[in-house]
Design a protein around this ligand. Structure first.
Ligand SMILES: *[C@@H]1O[C@H](CO)[C@@H](O)[C@H](O)[C@H]1NC(C)=O
Ligand SMILES: *[C@@H]1O[C@H](CO)[C@@H](O)[C@H](O)[C@H]1NC(C)=O
Ligand SMILES: [Zn+2]
Length: 381
């Protein structure tokens, strides 16, 4: 009965959003003000001068967290602190398959942010492009309770979304976020607003951002924030949203070249309007390019020693944008330390897969599920 009622309410909520989504009008700054509305603009929030603005550095990693990539995450991130003595943090956009949830718990307890990147990470771009609100709910809305459950982390610490392959699906992922209470999306590249860079904004009014992987949202959707992926510029002048998609990059072993390449891109932000600087990458790319790995470590060390740059997670960026303060005030704030949570590791399996003729094994912080958790059954009940 409870299940039937849930299905009915989801279906009617879905019909409601489809039928009532108004088109977004051009943004009016008088009607759109912080903390809950911001036009898509390169203006610095709060009207701050660039040198009074904290330069946020967003380091993010996508996909499954497991015994292979945790090695680099530990080497790169352990005991890293910003110049204000607060812990430096990264953001992990996690997928479900082949994720070791005990390691997700470890990353959370180290102060990093855990965010959503879908349960299935289906390889078909069309699947994501055409996904309706209900599919987005099953893939990403449900993933929030899934990751919170298996990694034993508080569900209200999961705020963010990155769509697989950065494939946008028009309004539907943002409608899903609005009805799930998710805070920000980090899937939408911009090649147009690099210098000065585009700051995070909301979708109450029409976005002026260029749409690189259509369809992009055009409805008025109050609630979620867009953290634009301000592209880098590669060595031949081509834009790239993620470091591993930069086509002309330094050679794998060329640490100096990589360091210069990172700095060139960073300085466009730091010497410009200080829009958050994204270092968006997959772990495997850093691992196979040792020059990049050492250069990234050097770069983070440099950031951690600057008085006005901070390596923070994505939620801290939207929090600051909603309530912008000068770098001096920001530095004096006390650090946020996440509530620690326990994990008593449980090794589960073989678990029957609902989609393929195979068995899975899972490393989790809770009791073993009955079947392998998947879309439509995120807890494997
Ligand atoms: C998004 O919503 C707007 C307003 O209802 C609509 O005009 C537009 O076609 C929708 N986009 C997609 C891709 O469905
Ligand atoms: C913006 O909204 C205000 C308040 O409703 C209105 O007076 C003003 O004309 C609007 N500006 C534009 C450009 O539409
Ligand atoms: Zn991915």
């Amino acid at each position: 009965m409870k299940f039937v009622l849930t299905v009915i309410s989801v279906v009617s909520a879905f019909a409601y959003v489809q039928a009532n989504l108004p088109a977004a009008a051009p943004c009016n700054e008088t009607l759109c003000s912080l903390p809950h509305c911001r036009c898509s603009t390169t203006n610095i929030p709060g009207g701050l001068a660039p040198n009074n603005t904290p330069q946020f550095v967003l380091l993010t990693f996508d996909d499954g967290v497991n015994v292979n990539n945790i090695i680099l995450y530990r080497q790169l991130l352990r005991n890293r602190v910003n110049s204000n003595r607060c812990r430096a943090a990264a953001t992990f956009f996690v997928t479900h398959e082949y994720t070791d949830y005990t390691l997700v718990n470890e990353l959370y307890n180290e102060g990093h942010e855990i965010a959503l990147h879908s349960i299935s990470h289906q390889v078909s771009m069309e699947y994501w492009r055409d996904a309706n609100v209900n599919t987005m709910m099953r893939e990403i809305g449900d993933q929030r309770s899934q990751v919170a459950h298996f990694a034993n982390i508080p569900v209200n610490t999961v705020h963010g979304v990155r769509l697989p392959f950065l494939q946008m699906s028009g309004n539907s992922s943002f409608q899903m976020m609005a009805s799930s209470g998710l805070t920000y999306d980090s899937s939408w590249p911009t090649n147009k607003y690099l210098d000065p860079g585009l700051w995070p904004y909301t979708l109450n009014f029409r976005s002026t951002q260029d749409c690189i992987i259509p369809p992009c949202p055009t409805g008025s959707i109050p609630g979620p924030w867009v953290i634009p992926m301000v592209s880098w510029i590669d060595l031949q002048g081509l834009p790239c949203a993620m470091v591993d998609t930069c086509y002309h990059h330094p050679h794998g072993a060329d640490e100096e070249g990589w360091y210069r390449f990172i700095l060139q891109n960073f300085e466009r932000h730091y010497n410009g309007n200080r829009a958050p600087f994204g270092f968006y990458v997959h772990e495997w790319f850093v691992r196979v390019n040792p020059g990049l790995r050492f250069a990234l470590e050097r770069f983070l060390n440099m950031i951690n020693n600057l008085n006005d740059a901070f390596m923070v997670n994505a939620k801290e960026v939207t929090d600051w944008v909603q309530n912008p303060v000068s770098v001096n005030v920001y530095r004096q704030r006390s650090c946020r330390n996440p509530l620690r949570t326990q994990c008593s590791p449980n090794f589960c399996g073989p678990l029957r897969s609902p989609i393929a003729d195979k068995n899975y094994y899972m490393q989790i912080c809770t009791r073993c599920p009955r079947v392998y958790p998947w879309v439509n059954n995120p807890l494997g009940l």
